[in-house]
Design a protein. Structure first.
Length: 559
């Protein structure tokens, strides 16, 4: 359930902090006071689509924070752990900010997540039932999902197998079609990949090879210049006539060493000269070593030129560097392997497709049997609920339309739609065409009453689902919502006094104008205040004694 809600700068709400209790809470107040904005705030915390248009005029951002109890569902715990969200008995704190710049920040217990993950988490926290849900009930394609939700664990394993087989069926069908229509293109691609893999593979490229070969080529190409430079260096240092440079520096070094003790400055000169002498010795040794290692091999130079030409050709075709060529090689080798493994004949693919079609038929038939049995149970339960909601003459039924033999959808072998007969003597027809607004409200409430105990959602929000009803029907709807509140926390926006009186908790939403700006206030009502509010809902702004007496009667009956 949602325990605390704080809203800043959302539409006409500048700042609002609310605490919610368990069981049933109603939100009442005049139209435009901000009731639906509060529900919108909860929806944003459950992953609803955010927009900069929600930000209060003149503000740079809006922020919403809510504290929720942790759902008792192992799947939710696994989801939180997978996102690195630490949760304990204190529950979940969700904070969402939407900025004028477009930035959308979401934190759950301090951990940043994105809107997609928040929507997944919201599935366990809040179920908002409003006009949008009415619209979904008017979309026949949603009815099968509701039936499967009612079937639950009995259907789930078979449906999972069917889904897997259906995906394999589509993939095989696509491959067969592709091979039949693009056989020449497939073969050309296969030949090209084989050629390229063979060409690059036979070259046996090494990652650092090009750089090493280039350096070796430079040495061989400039052999004479390198040889002359080292010969000259060694000659000057060790062989110069009449006295080699190293000998001359050595003699000077010894002369300076002899006077170094007379002055610290002389000592510094001596040390610098010593370093220079030994550095020249190292240079002479290194030059001698390099000169001994020099070897001119014209055949090797030809080999290097040929290899560098081969590498250059491959780089022009497949990548700017050897690393790029090798990366491309890995890609095409993987593609070639996949194509060769999948290069089945049309006959093989046709046989595989037929086997998958038979598997889908068998699994789909099992799903149909379960669904039809479950549908009978759902029909009975919904009709019971509708009769209690004063639709005594109505008959609800789940209608199955089998697909043609050999046709499959992602959900099975049937199209499913809710049908209803609202009055005796009329024909049964699709719910989306026959039910009125008030009847749709009652059908949705009947379904929610049946599903509520099993869904495990911590909070259910009804946003004016009682539109279009009054009198004893309104009382029946109030009783149903109160029944749902035995299993989940319920927040309900209503204009019906019967529903308002049925709640354990009552929040009055009002708007005030201050300094030319409209703001929303929320007041938890005590019993005397509730009597006045329920009476106002019954009679309007002028509360008559009869309306007050009726309000007292309604509130006296809540238990």
């Amino acid at each position: 359930m949602i325990q605390e809600l704080t809203i800043d700068n959302l539409a006409i709400i500048d700042h609002l902090s609310l605490s919610f209790q368990d069981q049933m809470t109603v939100l009442t107040g005049e139209t435009g006071a901000g009731k639906s904005i509060i529900i919108d705030a909860v929806g944003l915390l459950a992953g609803g689509r955010g927009s900069q248009d929600f930000i209060r005029r003149g503000m740079d951002k809006l922020s919403i924070q809510g504290q929720f109890t942790l759902p008792d569902d192992p799947a939710c715990a696994e989801f939180l752990a997978a996102q690195g969200i630490v949760a304990d008995e204190s529950g979940l704190v969700i904070r969402r900010e939407i900025h004028k710049s477009g930035r959308n920040t979401i934190r759950v217990n301090g951990t940043l997540i994105n809107a997609t993950l928040l929507k997944q988490l919201g599935h366990w926290l809040v179920d908002i039932q409003g006009q949008n849900e009415h619209q979904q009930l008017l979309q026949a394609e949603t009815h099968l999902g509701l039936l499967d939700q009612f079937a639950g664990a009995e259907l789930a394993p078979i449906k999972a197998k069917y889904t897997s087989a259906y995906q394999a069926y589509l993939a095989t069908q696509t491959q067969l079609k592709q091979q039949q229509t693009d056989a020449q293109q497939w073969a050309q691609r296969l030949d090209m990949l084989r050629y390229q893999v063979d060409e690059i593979g036979q070259a046996n490229l090494q990652p650092e090879e090009e750089e090493a070969l280039t350096q070796e080529r430079e040495r061989l190409s400039h052999f004479q210049q390198i040889n002359d430079a080292f010969q000259s260096l060694i000659g000057v240092l060790n062989e110069n006539e009449p006295t080699p440079v190293l000998d001359q520096v050595g003699q000077v070094m010894r002369d300076v060493q002899a006077i170094a003790e007379f002055d610290p400055a002389y000592q510094e000169v001596s040390q610098t000269l010593d370093g220079a002498y030994y550095a020249l010795q190292d240079v002479a040794d290194q030059a001698s070593h390099q000169l001994d290692a020099l070897e001119y091999d014209p055949e090797r130079l030809v080999q290097i030129d040929a290899r560098l030409t081969q590498i250059g050709d491959l780089e022009r075709k497949y990548g700017a560097t050897v690393a790029d060529v090798l990366s491309y090689y890995d890609e095409i080798q993987a593609e070639l392997t996949g194509m060769e493994q999948n290069a089945k004949s049309d006959e093989e693919l046709t046989a595989q497709l037929a086997a998958l079609a038979q598997q889908l038929t068998d699994l789909g038939t099992q799903m149909r049997t379960i669904r039809q049995r479950v549908a009978e149970d759902l029909n009975e339960k919904v009709n019971t609920q509708l009769h209690q909601l004063y639709m005594e003459k109505a008959t609800f039924a789940v209608h199955f339309t089998p697909l043609a033999t050999g046709q499959f959808t992602s959900d099975g072998l049937d199209e499913v739609e809710f049908y209803i007969q609202t009055n005796q003597g009329e024909s049964m027809g699709p719910l989306v065409r026959i039910a009125s607004g008030g009847e749709l409200s009652r059908v949705m409430l009947a379904l929610k009453t049946i599903f509520a105990a099993a869904e495990g959602v911590t909070s259910i929000i009804f946003d004016e689902v009682d539109t279009g009803v009054s009198g004893r029907v309104a009382q029946a709807i109030a009783d149903k919502i109160k029944l749902i509140a035995q299993h989940s926390q319920v927040l309900c926006i209503t204009h019906l006094p019967q529903v308002a009186a049925a709640a354990q908790n009552h929040l009055l939403i009002q708007k005030r104008v201050h300094d030319g700006r409209t703001t929303t206030t929320v007041t938890p009502l005590r019993l005397e205040q509730r009597i006045d509010e329920v009476a106002r809902m019954t009679a309007g702004e002028v509360i008559t004694p009869a309306a007050r007496a009726h309000a007292e009667e309604l509130l006296g009956n809540r238990s």
